[in-house]
Ligand binder design. Structure first.
Ligand code: ZN
Length: 429
């Protein structure tokens, strides 16, 4: 990915040394290589970056469909999440990570509970992750922030540098302004970034304006959260001043088209954000709302939606759309110096994708085939830091049969709903 172009080099070899890309050239002396991977007929491309996920939520896949967002949270997801044990989160994380690797995701920014269990699964899986513990305001918020800081102290930079940690205030509608400010102060003091949901729905923007005279993005800015590197999830309804604030402070946006379209709550205006200089990446959100962790699918959806919404086929051309899922996603997560492109010196996070399907033929434009024709099942091999996590579509770091068995065995208990018990309440419109 070079600027706005997707450059395809034919008949090249890639040398990986010490987890990094050491050379990309037509002929490389492989005499000293410890391992050779024959990628004949395949496309090597940067690993996909998932900028916003709730990894373990695959455990709730398909349990709540066709209901509005308030009901989705209050009647289903937040009551069910009271059932989660540490082991549930661990197995749910392995389920999500297995699915992501199969879908070519090599880096994920997560936002969930019991992050030590998620870190345990990430470390085992070999993936790269930016982990945030979801924090709500209210009673006990200070202690929860303290625990999050302890988690950050222990895990930031762990798993040979593959795990980084940021603070995860859930949203301005679940965290009062004083708590958002406390999180911002802690992030500055401990040199940590933040990851937060902002302006997912029009109702959230309107009730924030009514309550505080500021949009959710305005609240985040006023509390100081934009003084540190910030990942803003959704941003479906930015007001005019919001976009300038995001741009000035270098806030990255995780656009989650499938969840937002499915819940009917609106999708980030990618063209408007990008033309104002805001970095935009692609997020899956949780698999309870998205139903999958397929970033190739999400990228295709946003390309189609932008063209449809603006009634302009020139909007978000092929290479730019693919850039959202790779280079721009890396920018949103503050990792652009390490991942997001295939270039000498970058970490060896890459995919080998089969091009021998009927849907890839002919190959006039491999990038266009990738965006509009490819399937996740075309991904043959996945590497992170030069380690092979999947080969011939077989997962090497996760025992998939065991994970599926564990998740299936837990699913009936996890979907019980006890009246009145919820992890949080979604405010009524
Ligand atoms: Zn989310």
């Amino acid at each position: 990915m070079e600027g706005t172009r997707a450059v395809v080099l034919r008949d090249h070899q890639i040398a990986l040394i010490g987890g990094k890309i050491a050379a990309i050239a037509p002929h490389i002396d492989a005499g000293l290589a410890r391992e050779l991977i024959d990628a004949h007929g395949m496309l090597a491309m940067p690993g996909l970056v998932n900028c916003h996920a709730h990894i373990p939520m695959g455990m709730f896949r398909g349990i709540v469909e066709d209901v509005p967002v308030e009901e989705w949270f209050n009647n289903y997801i937040w009551p069910m999440e009271t059932n989660l044990t540490a082991e549930d989160v661990y197995w749910g994380s392995l389920l999500g990570l297995a699915e992501m690797i199969e879908n070519g995701v090599t880096t994920v920014a997560d936002h969930y509970f019991m992050p030590d269990q998620i870190a345990r699964a990430v470390e085992q899986s070999g993936m790269r992750a930016v982990l945030a513990e979801a924090l709500f305001g209210g009673v006990g918020a200070e202690q929860r922030l303290a625990a999050s800081l302890e988690f950050a102290a222990q895990y930031h930079g762990s798993a040979a540098g593959r795990i980084s940690v940021v603070l995860g205030p859930h949203s301005p509608y679940t965290c009062e302004p004083e708590f958002l400010s406390a999180v911002a102060r802690a992030a500055v003091q401990h040199k940590l970034g933040v990851h937060i949901h902002l302006s997912e729905t029009l109702d959230q923007v309107e009730s924030s304006l009514a309550q505080y005279g500021k949009t959710p993005i305005g609240m985040a800015q006023a509390s100081g959260l934009f003084e540190v590197p910030c990942i803003a999830a959704h941003v479906a309804h930015p007001a005019h001043g919001d976009i300038a604030a995001l741009s000035q402070h270098g806030v990255g946006v995780a656009c989650c088209p499938k969840t937002s379209m499915k819940l009917g709550i609106g999708v980030a205006p990618v063209h408007v954000l990008r033309s104002s200089g805001v970095a935009v990446g692609i997020g899956s959100d949780g698999a309870a709302s998205n139903n999958s962790y397929d970033i190739l699918e999400a990228t295709r959806l946003i390309a189609l939606l932008e063209k449809h919404t603006l009634a302009d086929a020139r909007t978000l051309p092929v290479a730019e759309a693919l850039g959202l899922a790779t280079r721009e996603g890396a920018r949103v997560l503050g990792l652009a110096d390490r991942i997001g492109t295939l270039a000498v010196g970058k970490q060896a996070d890459l995919l080998l994708l089969r091009l021998d399907g009927a849907h890839h033929t002919p190959q006039h434009d491999i990038a266009a085939n990738l965006l509009y024709s490819a399937r996740a099942a075309d991904i043959d091999t996945v590497l992170v830091d030069g380690h092979v996590l999947m080969r011939d579509r077989r997962l090497l770091t996760i025992d998939k049969a065991q994970v599926l068995g564990e998740v299936n065995a837990r699913s009936e208990r996890l979907t019980q709903r006890r009246t009145g018990k919820r992890v949080q309440s979604y405010p009524a419109a």
